[in-house]
Design a protein around this ligand. Structure first.
Ligand SMILES: *Cc1c(COP(=O)(O)O)cnc(C)c1O
Length: 427
């Protein structure tokens, strides 16, 4: 097969005349790998097909939601049924109650939940709640973790290791990130230093329990428990951003996987089954502060949207029948083989993996934080990405993303992907 992308290219050239960079979310533009984006026509199971009719094994999975694969039969049917009943009422429906009940049953620390429309909305609202509950304003964010694009999270490190933040993008006033404190991932002493300095004004620590937005970075065995201890000692809250890890590491997310229950957590991606959804929740006494039960304002015209609730409920219902262990084993075996294949080519390579996720770092050093990630070779990644794509393997177009495996990926898919990797030439 030739994998020409004439129609995708044509579409992209039109799109750039209409939308900034031709896309609705920056990483899709493939600028990190010096490629043009594919325009996707359809997806089924572990495969997607572009406008030119090229078929790809998909390791992006819409950045995480499609853990059952594309167009999964139960989700499809649930959407059809709701479609016949109407798409939005802005009023209570049985589906939102059913999804809330299901999530609360699955996730250890979830006693109450509020549905929103994206992960960004979830983290933004959760931070507001944490600040209101503690009557404190500062938050600790870990460098390299992503929590959506709300202003307080778009901070980058100033100077020093444990440090005050400066805005990470134009348009964010200094004042908005003044209360964002930064520490490197997997560095408990840096967090302890922040508490020593600012303890009584720190509302919360917000962390991706597994960092999935700087490539894949696993927490050290004592890291999450350490964060919990430091937060507790200082009267601050621990917030897990489970937008990726929720229903991905396990049904109960990172809370179940690591046996650590945060005070509050955010969700998105999988709980929408491919429709736009987010949620946040946790301890009842904290969630009771949310309006109209309490004084903390939070609202949304389309929140609890029936189509999104139907897709999410069908996804979680189906996930309850699936074998997470088996998927983790499949992913681990694949990651090990991929590592061997690439190492034999003489390129420096690290392939961390957990549950149904793996990372691809072209470097020698083990990866524990963002500065380790930055040592990886972007040119080797771009070469790998492009040659994999032209052989029908669709990876995220950036070394700062995590590859996802779904329950729909077959042994044949995994073998084909390894065959393609074996053919990549780095010279
Ligand atoms: C994707 C993501 C978000 C943002 O979710 P959106 O739905 O894109 O707004 C927040 N946190 C984490 C960990 C994510 O991976």
């Amino acid at each position: 097969m030739s994998y020409t992308t004439t129609l995708s290219d044509q579409y992209y050239h039109k799109a750039v005349t209409l939308m900034p960079g031709g896309v609705n979310s920056p990483v899709r533009a493939c600028t990190n790998v010096n490629a043009t984006p594919l325009c996707i026509a359809k997806g089924q199971g572990s495969h997607i097909v572009d406008l030119d009719g090229n078929d790809y094994i998909d390791f992006v999975l819409s950045w995480g939601p499609m853990i059952l694969g594309h167009n999964e039969a139960h989700v499809h049917q649930a959407l059809l049924e709701q479609l016949a009943l109407g798409t939005s009422f802005g009023a209570p429906t049985p589906l939102e109650v059913a999804l809330a009940e299901r999530m609360i049953a699955c996730v250890p620390g979830l006693e109450r939940v509020r549905m929103v429309n994206s992960g960004t909305e979830a983290t933004m609202s959760c931070l507001r709640l944490a600040r209101a509950a503690t009557k404190r304003s500062k938050l600790i964010k870990l460098i390299g973790c992503y929590h959506g694009h709300a202003d307080p999270f778009l901070a980058k490190a100033g100077s020093g290791l444990a440090t005050l933040a400066i805005p990470g993008t134009p348009g964010v006033p200094d004042a908005v990130v003044q209360d964002t404190l930064l520490a490197p991932y997997n560095d408990l002493p840096a967090v302890a230093d922040l508490f020593a300095q600012y303890g009584s004004s720190i509302a919360c620590i917000l962390v991706e329990p597994v960092a999935c937005n700087m490539g894949l970075v696993l927490p050290d065995p004592t890291y999450l428990a350490g964060l919990q201890r430091l937060a507790k000692e200082a009267g601050a809250l621990l917030l897990f951003d489970e937008v990726i890890t929720g229903f991905r590491l396990a049904l109960g997310g990172a809370q179940e996987y690591f046996g650590i229950t945060p005070d509050l957590a955010t969700f998105g991606k999988i709980i929408g089954g491919g429709l736009p959804v987010g949620a946040f929740g946790g301890r009842k006494d904290l969630m009771d502060l949310i309006a109209p039960e309490g004084p903390v304002y939070q609202a949304g015209t389309l929140s609890g949207n029936p189509l999104a609730m139907a897709a999410g409920l069908a996804t979680i219902t189906e996930l309850q029948n699936r074998d997470y262990q088996a998927l983790a084993h499949k992913t681990a075996a694949f990651a090990k083989e991929l590592h061997n294949i690439l190492a034999q080519k003489g390129v420096p390579i690290q392939i961390p993996t957990i549950a149904s996720m793996f990372g691809i770092f072209f470097c020698e050093n083990t990866i524990r934080n963002f500065s380790d990630v930055q040592k990886a070779d972007p040119a080797l990644f771009a070469t790998f990405y492009k040659q994999m794509r032209s052989q029908g393997i669709y990876l995220a177009p950036s070394p700062y993303e995590t590859a996802m495996v779904s329950f729909a990926h077959t042994e044949e898919d995994m073998a084909k992907t390894l065959d393609a990797a074996a053919k990549v030439r780095f010279a």
